[in-house]
Design a protein around this ligand. Structure first.
Ligand code: GLA
Length: 737
């Protein structure tokens, strides 16, 4: 049983294979968090030991326990905290009542347990899939004055140690209220000695891991860009101070949302740590009439005592079994060639067919036609919104697709559905569909504006255009781009008191278009993108099983980006391509072989003019495409181990991926800077069967290396790298039968 209840002490316990999560309802009907951590048999004992004794919060307590200072909400570990009623820490819920007051006090009313997962109507949600034993506990809490009820859901995925949280707010009172803050997840940890690990970055430098001690006060991650952003990812971890990749406590939190988010960690006066994660209140309010409901996005949490590595692998399993589109979750994705860095806007049908011919002969499986095929789009100043083929430039696209299919390749196409250029037929017909605030000057990003996807007719119009093309042309893949972020949030169809809903309605509209397309074309493979990795989040991953990781395809820089991304997201979700040299973003010169080694740990492809490769490089493309077919199944479902404590001088990075049955895998090592008279390095593999004997396929070593998993994990082995900076090795291994 994933969920147990001890009614006598109103105690709830959620159990996964290796963890437990517990809370109880106290005498005041407050829902008090007890603990989250390794599995324990006797949670009732945990309740005993968690008695806080004689703490003085210097905070008022509810009138009914005026003499009892330890009853202050300010020192109560809560599951879902209100506001302005005695808890001064960051709240989960703020409701403004019809009389303008903003006191909120959610108390327990009832609960129910059901098999399976909740179904959200407009937001992405997890599914049980093939796993048995998935259960959901729903709690009803209510503020007795406003009648606003909070339905908290906890869906337990026992086999991957993940709990998915959700919140639905229902106005069961008589008057209209305004929601000013609804957090999807709150966790009050009773300890105060954590590090926070987050993914920070910038365009072309996304998702670099950053770790710092949590100090008193509030530390946050956030976006107000309308999209999840390059700068901060809507996920973070809390670890104990000494946790490593392999050991120590690690808690992980991921918000399944692609818009403005806020994650806060507060170390309070009593050394407890509060975590909240949800929609960013800065650009949010939601009016709830009597009887109406509001759904918050889902958030995932996990705990591992095997450090950050254990946490990552639990999330990876969850994504692959309960989140990525089922059609693609474990399926092999086509190796693609994208024409963007080969031609930019300067392509013709013949150029594209030439690229396809060369690519097909080398084992590439799909040609993706990037930006510039539609409307009037000689550059990035015009055309967005007019999703009809520029026949003057391309002729008949159905014929082009047939030509590509005849080479044995699939055909994919770039779109930027939420965007509009002022120089477009769509803008001339519907200027009010582009988001801007009347009377205020508008901001442009890459010369473009954003469509108000909060309006159903706008989404319908873009859907009709895309569907027409997908009906007429054999398009099996879409690259869904989003090349600017939101400013001047506004919707021309919302009244003044509902303008706070515009940003969230935009995100719902985006998800709706995804769902409409996938309902119509269930086999369509959609790759997410936003100026590279500006919208790499779980919300998008529910519809796009892969996302272009970054516009920066420099192999060395990609090591940091991909390792950072792997903290939460599986390798199979990261679009990673071999691109031209010198690299277009950094100017760095890197071996072709190394570019392949790094890209092969994602969804693999090429982004260069193959015609410009020399014979040796072309031969390498053939080897790489063949090798990727061997690696892909391991990458799709195997366990990912970061080996980043490889050396003390930061010169090396590495990871290994091991099949679930531990029969085979591969290891990738990358050296940034060469060090003179450095004998190479010894590195230890992880995740192998210690009793099995493995053969390492190591072209740099004379003679085979056949050794036990135990030796490889405890002693490691010495390896040589090619000379110079930016050198790498990719070594496959398998059990000797
Ligand atoms: C973004 C993407 C690129 C490419 C261009 C096209 O920058 O990240 O890969 O598709 O748009 O305009």
């Amino acid at each position: 049983m994933a969920i147990t209840v001890l009614p006598a002490i109103r105690l709830f316990k959620l159990s996964t294979a290796h963890t437990h999560y517990s809370f109880r309802v106290n005498d005041l009907d407050e829902v008090e968090h007890i603990s989250y951590g390794p599995e324990v048999d006797d949670v009732a004992s945990l309740v005993q030991v968690e008695n806080p004794g004689r703490l003085v919060a210097f905070a008022p307590q509810p009138e009914e326990c005026d003499n009892d200072s330890i009853s202050s909400k300010d020192i109560l570990s809560q599951e879902f905290s209100g506001f302005n009623t005695g808890d001064y820490r960051v709240p989960a819920l703020i409701v403004q009542a019809a009389d303008g007051t903003r006191a909120t006090d959610p108390r327990f009313v009832s609960y129910r347990i059901y098999a399976g997962t909740p179904l959200l109507s407009e937001l992405p949600c997890a599914y049980a899939g093939k796993c048995e034993g998935v259960e959901t506990l729903e709690l009803k809490l209510q503020d007795s004055v406003t009648g606003v009820s909070s339905y908290l859901s906890y869906t337990v995925f026992p086999e991957c140690d993940v709990i998915v949280r959700g919140v639905r707010i229902v106005n069961e009172g008589a008057s209209t209220v305004d929601l000013s803050r609804v957090m999807s997840l709150q966790l009050d940890l009773r300890s105060g000695s954590y590090d926070m690990v987050r993914l920070a970055g910038a365009w072309a430098r996304e998702r670099h891991m950053e770790r710092s001690a949590v100090h008193h006060g509030v530390q946050s991650i956030s976006s107000t860009r309308g999209m999840s952003s390059h700068m901060m990812n809507p996920a973070f971890a809390l670890t104990d101070r000494h946790a490593t990749e392999d050991s120590g406590d690690a808690y992980g939190f991921i918000l399944a949302y692609s818009g403005n988010f806020l994650g806060e960690v507060e170390l309070d006066q009593m050394e407890s740590t509060r975590v909240v994660l949800g929609i960013n209140p800065a650009l949010f309010s939601w009016k709830l009439e009597s009887g109406e409901a509001f759904e918050a996005p889902q958030a995932f949490m996990t705990y591992s005592r095997e450090g950050l590595g254990g946490m990552s692998r639990q999330f990876h399993d969850f994504f692959r079994q309960h989140w990525l589109p089922e059609r693609w979750a474990l399926a092999e994705r086509p190796i693609l060639i994208n024409n963007w860095e080969a031609t930019y806007f300067d392509f013709t049908t013949e150029k594209l067919l030439n690229i396809a011919r060369t690519a097909a002969a080398l084992g590439v499986e799909m040609l993706v036609l990037d930006d510039g095929w539609f409307g009037k789009r000689p550059d990035d100043f015009s055309g967005l919104g007019d999703w009809t083929v520029n026949t003057a430039k391309l002729g008949n696209m159905a014929e082009l697709a047939r030509g590509i299919n005849a080479l044995g390749m699939k055909f994919g196409l770039w779109f930027e559905p939420e965007m509009i250029s002022q120089d477009s037929d769509l803008y001339r017909a519907h200027p009010d569909w582009a988001i801007s605030i009347p009377g205020r000057s508008r901001s442009l990003g890459r010369h473009q504006m954003i469509l108000d996807f909060g309006r159903p007719e706008v989404v319908d119009c873009i859907f009709r255009q895309m569907k027409k093309l997908l009906d007429e042309v054999n398009i099996e893949y879409i690259k869904w781009d989003c090349n600017r972020h939101m400013t001047e949030n506004y919707s021309a169809v919302l009244p003044a008191e509902r303008q706070g809903e515009a940003a969230h309605r935009f995100v719902l509209g985006t998800y709706r278009l995804y769902r409409m397309l996938l309902a119509e074309f269930p086999n369509l493979l959609i790759e997410g993108c936003s100026g590279g990795g500006g919208r790499f989040d779980a919300g998008i991953l529910r519809y796009s099983p892969q996302i272009w990781c970054s516009d920066n395809s420099d192999a060395g820089e990609r090591v940091d980006i991909q390792l950072g991304t792997s903290l939460f997201y599986p390798a199979s979700t990261m679009g990673a391509h071999v691109s031209a040299c010198p690299n277009h973003q950094t100017g760095r010169v890197t071996r072709f072989e190394t570019r392949g080694h790094i890209a092969m740990s994602g969804t693999f492809g090429y982004e260069l003019d193959l015609a410009k490769l020399n014979d040796e490089e072309r031969a390498m493309v053939s080897c790489q495409t063949a090798q990727y077919h061997r690696l892909n199944p391991i990458l799709a479902s195997g366990d990912f181990y970061r080996l980043n404590e490889l050396d003390d001088n930061d010169a090396l990075d590495g990871w290994c991926v091991v099949a679930k049955d531990r029969q085979k895998g591969f290891v990738t090592i990358y050296r940034r800077n060469v060090i003179a008279n450095f004998r190479g390095s010894r590195f230890k593999l992880k995740g192998l069967d210690e009793h099995a004997i493995y053969r390492l396929d190591d072209p740099y070593r004379s003679g085979e290396l056949i050794v036990s998993g135990g030796a490889l994990m405890t002693q490691g082995f010495w390896f040589e790298l090619p000379p110079g900076d930016n050198a790498s090795r990719l070594i496959e291994f398998s059990v000797v039968s």
